[in-house]
Design a binder for this molecule. Structure first.
Ligand code: NI
Length: 170
């Protein structure tokens, strides 16, 4: 069941912007101060990601051009991760496999990504944190940071094919 676009007392599910909306091609601005609006943005993004059964979401996907991402690739990858102003500073190895995006429904593409990445950013308390991701989480981090720079995975995919929504899009 989806609450997208409906009023709900306890959650704020936002509409997910779909390709080719030009907002997805903008470069997002860094967050300079963690205000109550940024906390609300994080909460809305987490609710929207879970409602859509995604494993990652970037702020421009709900129309907000700020450098904020959320991810949850499962407990084995550390559960829910929220990052403000994320910066990938180390990548290693290579993986090649299928990737989907909540902003590009019913499509999958094969994309080459680093196997392991390290990203730093701020948590919701303004504390600097470092997250190390491998496999799915590495792919997710790189996909979400690309969103902040106006890059979609279709720009990188070697092959695209139609698919049913399967959960796990980012
Ligand atoms: Ni995406």
């Amino acid at each position: 069941m989806s609450f997208e676009g409906k009023v709900c007392l306890f959650m704020a599910i936002k509409m997910i912007v779909k390709d080719p909306d030009p907002v997805l091609r903008e470069v997002c601005k860094p967050v300079t101060k963690i205000t109550p609006n940024i906390i609300k943005l994080l909460n809305d993004m987490v609710d929207t990601m879970y409602d859509a059964e995604g494993v990652g979401l970037a702020a421009p996907q709900i129309g907000i051009l700020k450098r904020v991402i959320v991810m949850d690739c499962g407990d084995e990858h550390g559960g829910l991760i929220e990052l403000i102003n994320p910066e990938v500073f180390e990548t290693e190895g290579e993986q090649f496999g299928p990737e989907g995006c909540l902003s590009i429904p019913n499509m999958t593409g094969d994309v080459k990504r680093a196997q392991r990445v390290k990203v730093k950013g701020l948590d919701r308390d303004g504390k600097e944190i470092v997250v190390e991701g491998t496999d799915l989480l590495a792919r997710c981090i790189l996909h979400e940071v690309d969103h902040l720079n106006g890059v979609l995975y279709t720009d990188l995919a070697e092959k695209m094919y139609r698919s049913e929504p399967q959960g796990g899009e980012v």
